[in-house]
Design a binder for this molecule. Structure first.
Ligand code: DC
Length: 211
């Protein structure tokens, strides 16, 4: 069974995906981490994320050690990830890994929860359940701002909001696999919901399929 979760930055996908995976005993894949790892590799190589050849080379060179570490969560990495993810060659290089994770989740568990931007539309169009998580830009920016501050990073809320709006715009308007809900996705707006509310709504949608 595959649960596909898509949505913009800081809508609450990550927390929700981990909670669903734990509740169902499924494997969890954060596909944003793959694009972040490619973006970070490009930055560390001293290259420009908008350079499609450099980004493709970084995607082909990706290894498991690239998928962890605090630098992956930095804002400059998020921006680089959004830029490299617009290159079709980068997306193509990461596709098989994501699809295989869904088909053969590690550890022999019976399913996978995969989160990203194009899981329900492109990576796993036949996913058993598709959730599209969204929230107002202001609330998403506030959540990310608080998260950064609690990690000791001091930055203006207005700057976080502007960066997030630019990233959303890039992710929604790129030609290859833009961020958008699949026609058969359940839409969940988390603007006025806390994580327990989001989790309950998601499990209700999943329960309807699992029965
Ligand atoms: O979910 P995140 O913030 O870690 O994602 C970082 C960037 O990676 C995001 O701005 C766009 C890109 N991305 C993508 O294009 N497709 C995915 N399935 C996941 C992430």
């Amino acid at each position: 069974m595959i649960v596909a979760i898509d949505g913009p930055a800081a809508a609450g996908k990550g927390t929700l995906a981990r909670r669903i995976a734990l509740a169902l005993g499924f494997a969890h894949l954060d596909t944003g981490a793959l694009y972040r790892a490619v973006g970070l590799r490009v930055l560390r190589d001293g290259m420009d994320p908008s350079d499609a050849t450099a980004a493709h080379r970084a995607a082909l060179a990706l290894n498991p050690a690239d998928l962890s570490g605090p630098a992956l969560r930095e804002e400059r990495t998020a921006k680089a990830a959004s830029v490299v993810s617009a290159h079709p060659a980068v997306r193509a290089a990461l596709l098989d890994f994501q699809r295989n994770f869904g088909k053969n989740p590690p550890g022999g568990v019976p399913g996978a929860v995969i989160e990203g931007r194009d899981i329900g539309t492109v990576v796993c169009p036949n996913a058993d359940i598709k959730l599209f998580i969204d929230a107002d830009l202001s609330i998403r920016a506030r959540r990310r701002h608080e998260e950064l501050r609690s990690n000791g990073i001091s930055v203006e809320l207005a700057e976080v909001r502007a960066e997030m709006a630019a990233r959303d715009d890039r992710d929604r308007n790129r030609a290859d696999s833009p961020l958008r809900p699949a026609p058969d996705a359940h839409l969940l707006d988390t603007t006025d919901l806390d994580i327990d509310g989001v989790f309950a709504a998601a499990m209700k949608a999943i329960g309807g399929v699992a029965k």
